[in-house]
Design a protein around this ligand. Structure first.
Ligand code: VGL
Ligand code: ZN
Length: 192
């Protein structure tokens, strides 16, 4: 399948932060190679003058998702910490739009649309087709993709630029996104 980056296309890069990569608090296998591939997508989207959005997990130190509060995760992506910074190898352009999520102590938010201005920003820029990459496939990528579909976006999941916490979880998430209407693509599917 060949897809063109027509007007109204945007790249959504989900949570490529230090804590989700090697050496971080909640490392996701394959995160570094996702960074490398996402950089190639960034180049393509810059060439087409398409909007580039980077979401980030942005938790207060006492976030409800942390084990210290009975949640499932070790503390990660704490606001202002090194772990919350974007991976140093990620080549975000200076005009990329950063969307922070899950920033309230008592509220988890996996989706980049949840409690953020992402839908508003995309609408203001006439974006209708969203190309999604990043981590983790079965958490924040999946939640963002499903929300985008519900909001009426055409959603393309860049399967060569995502990584999940577990293989089985990723497989299930992929089939759920597919059956919800996401289109699965890799780099070769995008017309230069
Ligand atoms: C995520 C677990 C906890 C994600 C965020 O970005 O997918 N996963 N917080
Ligand atoms: Zn989190």
């Amino acid at each position: 399948m060949k897809v063109s980056l027509t007007a109204g296309s945007a790249l959504l890069i989900v949570d490529l932060q230090n804590d989700f990569c090697e050496g971080g608090a909640l490392p996701i296998p394959g995160c570094s190679s996702v960074v490398t591939t996402v950089n190639k997508y960034i180049d393509m989207f810059i060439k087409h003058r398409a909007l580039i959005i980077a979401s980030r997990d942005w938790h207060p130190p006492n976030h409800i998702s942390f084990k210290t509060r009975g949640g499932p995760w070790p503390p990660h992506c704490i606001q202002g910490s090194k772990g919350a910074e974007f991976h140093p190898g990620l080549a975000l352009p200076s005009n990329a739009i950063v969307v922070s999520k899950a920033y309230l102590p008592d509220r988890e938010a996996y989706s980049a649309f949840d409690g953020t201005e992402l839908h508003y920003v995309l609408s203001m820029n006439s974006v209708r087709r969203l190309f999604v990459a990043g981590v983790a496939t079965e958490y924040c990528v999946k939640a963002s993709v499903l929300d985008a579909l519900k909001l009426g976006y055409e959603v393309f999941l860049l399967t060569d630029a995502i990584a999940g916490v577990s293989e089985e979880g990723s497989r299930e998430a992929l089939s759920e996104m597919l059956s919800s209407g996401a289109v699965l693509l890799t780099m070769e599917d995008i017309a230069g």
